[in-house]
Write a protein that binds this ligand. Structure first.
Ligand SMILES: Cc1ncc(COP(=O)(O)O)c(C=O)c1O
Length: 387
C-alpha cells in the first residue's frame, strides 16, 4: 500500500517555530565596518586565567581525552558545590552540562510535558522562548515595566493557573540587568507552592551583582529551594564561553530525571576541559572580577547617559538595557538607531525588540554589553562622544 506524504514538511513543527539569533546580519555588517562589538555577550572581560589554559593542555597530555562520567567530572562538581550557597551534594544534586544552553533545554524537557504552561518574564533572554517552544510547552508572559523592569504582582498572580508547570527566571537578568529581590522571590514562591510548579532559575550572571546587593539564589529562598532547578555556567564567570561548561543544581529526585535527559542530549561535556576547571578554577578571584565588572558598568553608564540614553542602572549581569527614544525623537526604532550608530561611530549595539514576546514593545530599546576591557570602553567613548 502506498502512503501519500506529498504534504509533509521536512521540518518538525517545533523546529519550524525557532527563529535563530537575531544578531547574525548585524554582526556581518559590524565586521565589515571594523566596529567595536558591544552587542554580543561574549566576554571581552575578564580573561581566562593562565592556570586554566595550562590545566586544559595538561589534562589532554595526561590522556583525559575520552568519555567520563556523564554527570560530570567529580572534582569539578565538588569545586562547583563549594561555591554554592547553600552547599549542594556533588554526588546527587549537581550535573555538568554543555553550557547553560544545554542545561536550560534539559531542565525544561525533564520538567514540562507538551501543552503545560511555563511562566516567563518579558522582556527576557531570547533563548528562553525558543527552549519553551522546543519542549512543546506554552509560554505565559508576565510584562516587566520600564524603567526599573519590575512586574506588577497582579499580572504575576494572574499568569498562574492549574496548567502552570514551571516558572523560568533569570537573575541577574539578560537584557534588563535586574536582580530579583527577596520580596519578589517570596511572591513567586507563594504562587509556585499554590500551583505546585517548578522554578527553573538561570543564574549564569550570579557572580556579577553590584553596589553591595546580595546575590540571592532561588536555592536560598524557603518555598523555592525545594522546588528549584538552578542553571549555572562558567562561560561568563570564568570567561570560557567556548569551553561550553555549565551545570544544573536540583534535589536528588529532579537530578535523576535531569541526568537521564542529559545522557541523551550530550552524554557529557568535554572531559579535559572539565578536568582543567576542576584543577584550576579556584585560582581565579571572582571578587576582583566582580569589582572590575562594576567599574565596566559604571563606564558604560557614563558614556551612554552622556549620549542621551535613559536606563536604570544595571543591578547585576553584563548588560545595560537603554531607551533611545529621546535620541530618535520617536521617529524610528532601535534597529535603525543601531544601524546609524554602527555607520557613524563604528560601535555595534543589540536592538531591543527581539527580547520581547511582542517586538513592538521593544522598538525603542537597545542592549549594551559592558563585559569588555577598559581600553575597549575608552575607545567606545572616543568614537561616540569624541574628545
Ligand atoms: C541569560 C543567559 N543564559 C544562558 C546563556 C548561555 O550560557 P552558556 O554559554 O553557558 O551556554 C547566556 C549567554 O549569553 C545568557 O545570557
Amino acid at each position: 500500500m502506498a502512503y501519500s506524504t506529498a504534504q509533509r514538511s521536512p521540518v518538525s513543527s517545533r523546529a519550524a517555530v525557532l527563529q535563530g539569533s537575531s544578531l547574525g546580519e548585524l554582526l556581518l555588517l559590524a565586521r565589515r565596518r571594523h566596529a567595536i562589538d558591544l552587542a554580543v555577550g561574549t566576554p571581552g572581560y575578564p580573561e581566562p586565567s593562565a592556570d586554566l589554559l595550562k590545566a586544559a593542555a595538561d589534562a589532554m597530555q595526561a590522556g583525559r581525552n575520552q568519555y567520563d562520567h556523564p554527570s560530570g567530572d567529580l572534582l569539578l562538581r565538588e569545586r562547583i558545590a563549594e561555591t554554592l550557597t547553600p552547599g549542594a551534594d556533588p554526588h546527587t544534586e549537581l550535573t555538568i552540562t554543555v553550557g547553560a544552553t544545554e542545561a536550560l533545554c534539559v531542565a525544561l524537557l525533564a520538567t514540562v510535558d507538551p501543552g503545560d504552561e511555563v511562566i516567563l518574564l518579558d522582556p527576557g533572554y531570547e533563548q528562553f522562548r525558543a527552549a519553551v517552544a522546543l519542549a512543546g510547552a506554552v509560554p505565559r508572559f508576565v510584562p516587566l515595566h520600564p524603567p526599573t523592569w519590575r512586574y506588577d504582582p497582579a499580572d504575576l498572580a494572574a499568569a498562574f493557573s492549574p496548567r502552570t508547570r514551571a516558572v523560568l527566571l533569570n537573575s541577574p537578568a539578560n537584557p534588563t540587568g535586574r536582580v530579583l529581590d527577596h520580596t519578589e522571590l517570596d511572591e513567586i514562591a507563594a504562587l509556585c507552592e499554590r500551583c505546585d510548579a517548578t522554578v527553573i532559575c538561570d543564574e549564569v550572571y550570579g557572580t556579577y551583582v553590584f553596589d553591595g546587593r546580595p546575590s540571592l539564589s532561588v536555592s536560598e529562598v524557603p518555598g523555592l529551594a525545594e522546588r528549584s532547578i538552578v542553571v549555572g555556567s562558567l562561560s561568563k564567570s570564568h570567561a570560557i564561553s567556548g569551553w561550553r561548561l555549565g551545570f544544573l543544581r536540583a534535589d536528588a529526585v529532579r537530578t535523576e530525571a535531569l541526568r537521564r535527559v542529559h545522557e541523551l542530549t550530550t552524554n557529557g561535556a568535554a572531559t579535559p576541559l572539565q578536568v582543567a576547571v576542576g584543577m584550576a578554577a579556584l585560582s581565579m578571584d571572582l571578587r576582583i572580577a566582580t569589582e572590575q565588572m562594576g567599574r565596566c558598568r559604571d563606564m558604560a553608564q557614563t558614556i551612554f547617559s552622556r549620549l542621551g540614553m535613559k536606563f536604570a542602572p544595571a543591578e547585576g549581569g553584563c548588560y545595560l538595557f537603554a531607551d533611545v527614544s529621546s535620541l530618535t525623537g520617536g521617529q524610528h526604532g532601535g534597529k535603525q538607531f543601531v544601524l546609524e550608530l554602527l555607520d557613524e561611530a563604528g560601535v555595534l549595539l543589540a536592538p531591543g525588540a527581539p527580547f520581547f514576546a511582542d517586538p513592538a514593545r521593544g522598538e525603542q530599546y537597545v542592549r549594551i554589553a559592558f563585559n569588555r576591557q577598559t581600553d575597549v570602553l575608552r575607545e567606545v567613548e572616543h568614537r561616540i562622544l569624541g574628545g
